[in-house]
Design a protein around this ligand. Structure first.
Ligand SMILES: Nc1ncnc2c1ncn2[C@@H]1O[C@H](COP(=O)(O)OP(=O)(O)OP(=O)(O)O)[C@@H](O)[C@H]1O
Ligand SMILES: [Mg+2]
Length: 327
């Protein structure tokens, strides 16, 4: 509605987790690197956790976009984690293109095992990716642990990526799941952005949406500071506040967002957010290794993003329904 008024090509703060809008921050970069290299280097288990709205699903969509570039990778993508163990196996088998209906659990496991061994023999990579993994029941986590046992003497046959809110960490800490936890090779955590990152995030999202660099900023410094105060650096909240502030500025025919508009939006949305800053970067992976790899990965991702950003102005990310498998 306001795009023409502000001279923008698209909505800068759309809530869809769209890889073409990816803003690279240190934490997001490290988490994406952990995901990508965990899969590429056959580390077995990778876990990414983060508060609500910190960009986990977006990261997974970025990962899927990267994986789609490799013909030797097949993945199953699960986001509805509330399944029984048999439904879970049926879901992943059919997502891998295998016949699943009417089979019992041991038949499903047998077929899946054969599929993994055949792919492993050809040195192909097979990945199971679960978003919203904090909803997984202990039964399903146990199934996942059993699947992670499928390995040859020198290689893991199935790469497993679990992404979810911090309760996932708590679940993995619980007594019954210790064995699963011991298998996690790479771990990353997402947290809120700091003040500087918030400013950079807003600037970059505006730039991706076509805001002209030479114009007076749509969000001057004091407005950005107010966004940070109310969002506490949580990307989804930043988007909500900024989107509504733009609508309000448009309604008043103001060329820029002022702090009082942000205050109005915050009041309207009752943004008294509970959040936690304790998310640090923990994990057993080598930070230097990941940092080096991140540079290479970001170049690769920037290349992928460029044509997509110009070709796809629908706001719908390619691969948004990335449940398909490439064999
Ligand atoms: N690094 C980033 N670059 C661009 N946009 C981001 C980034 N991180 C988060 N966002 C945006 O923030 C919003 C929330 O992201 P997303 O849906 O991925 O969060 P989430 O962690 O999966 O949340 P939930 O826990 O509710 O599932 C989306 O609009 C997403 O595009
Ligand atoms: Mg999500």
């Amino acid at each position: 509605m306001y795009k023409a008024f502000f001279n923008l090509a698209r909505n800068p703060f759309d809530l869809t987790p769209d890889p073409t809008c990816f803003v690279s921050t240190r934490r997001h970069n490290e988490a994406l690197a952990a995901l990508y290299y965990g899969v590429r280097w056959h580390k077995g288990f990778v876990v990414v956790t983060g508060e609500v709205g910190t960009g986990k699903t977006l990261l997974l969509r970025c990962l899927l976009r990267l994986l789609k570039e490799s013909k030797d990778i097949a993945y199953a993508y699960l986001f509805n984690s509330r399944l029984s163990p048999t439904e879970f196996l049926q879901y992943i088998l059919s997502d891998f293109g295998l016949a699943a209906s009417g089979k019992n659990k041991s038949e499903l496991l047998l077929d899946f095992g054969q599929f993994l061994v055949a792919r492993g023999a050809k040195r192909l990579t097979t990945v199971l990716i679960v978003d919203e993994a904090h909803h997984l029941s202990e039964d399903i986590l146990e199934e996942i642990r059993l699947l992670s046992n499928l390995e040859t003497t020198d290689d893991k046959l199935l790469q497993i990526v679990l992404v979810g809110q911090p309760e996932l960490d708590e679940k993995l800490d619980s007594l019954g799941l210790r064995q699963l936890k011991q298998r996690i090779a790479l771990r990353a955590q997402l947290g809120p952005l700091d003040g500087e990152e918030t400013a950079e995030y807003i600037a970059q999202r505006l730039q991706i949406a076509g805001a002209e660099a030479h114009r007076d900023p749509l969000f001057p410094q004091d407005a950005v500071a107010a966004v940070y105060r109310h969002s506490k650096g949580l990307p989804r909240l930043i988007n909500t506040i900024c989107e509504n502030a733009l609508i309000a500025a448009y309604a008043r025919q103001q060329a820029a967002v002022t702090p009082d508009l942000i205050e109005d939006v915050a009041r309207e949305f009752r943004l008294d957010v509970v959040y936690s800053r304790e998310a640090g970067n923990t994990g057993r992976h080598s930070e230097a290794e990941i940092r080096r790899a991140t540079d290479v990965l970001l170049d690769l991702f920037a290349n992928l993003r460029r044509p997509a950003a110009t070709n796809n102005d629908s706001g719908i990310p390619e691969g948004a329904d990335a449940t398909k498998v490439e064999m």
